[in-house]
Design a protein around this ligand. Structure first.
Ligand SMILES: *[C@@H]1O[C@H](CO)[C@@H](O)[C@H](O)[C@H]1NC(C)=O
Ligand SMILES: *[C@@H]1O[C@H](CO)[C@@H](O)[C@H](O)[C@H]1NC(C)=O
Length: 160
């Protein structure tokens, strides 16, 4: 990002731009590893999920990626409180053990970012979420075997 900008923005213009931008330090210095980004100001939870045995891996990935997201997004408190959402799909065609790595044993990670733990809990305790999203999740992953990790994300770099 920075190097491509540098190729066409003149130096005085760049200085003005960076001073005016609240997040200028993210991209403008070599010390990017010490800066805070938007994700850093949010809390994060990752829910680790395992596919149900009655779906193929292909069905699991497709359903989670498409129809489930529509249902998830249809719930107002989800749209309101979840600032950022991404899915980490396990590529089961790669056997990590051959590289000396132990697979974590899950098929996916649901990454959710909110402004606070309260905002996150408000989603999980919301009546519509409980009546719509949770039952839908139970149709394609083993809900009772879901595990979670809660904390914060530190973005260190993100090259183009
Ligand atoms: C899964 O891994 C294989 C082997 O690296 C790769 O060919 C394939 O494209 C990957 N699938 C996805 C969806 O990235
Ligand atoms: C898998 O089983 C669940 C629970 O019985 C069911 O709701 C879902 O429709 C099934 N999925 C498929 C693809 O058969």
């Amino acid at each position: 990002m920075y190097s491509s900008l540098m190729s066409w923005i003149s130096l005085p213009c760049l200085i003005v731009t960076t001073l005016l931008s609240p997040s200028f330090n993210v991209y403008s210095t070599a010390s990017a590893i010490e800066t805070r980004t938007k994700s850093d100001q949010l809390v994060k939870i990752t829910l680790f999920i395992k596919k149900r045995d009655n779906l193929t891996y292909e069905e699991f990935h497709e359903y989670w990626s498409g129809p489930h997201v529509k249902i998830f997004h249809s719930v107002p408190i989800v749209r309101q409180n979840i600032i950022k959402y991404s899915q980490f799909h396990s590529n089961e065609s790669v056997d990590l053990t051959q590289y000396g790595l132990t697979p974590v044993g899950y098929d996916g990670g649901v990454n959710l970012w909110t402004r606070s733990l309260d905002d996150l809990l408000a989603v999980f305790n919301d009546e519509e979420y409980l009546n719509v999203v949770v039952p839908n999740g139970k149709t394609f992953f083993k809900y009772d075997e879901m595990t979670a990790m809660y904390g914060w994300e530190e973005d260190k770099w993100d090259h183009e």
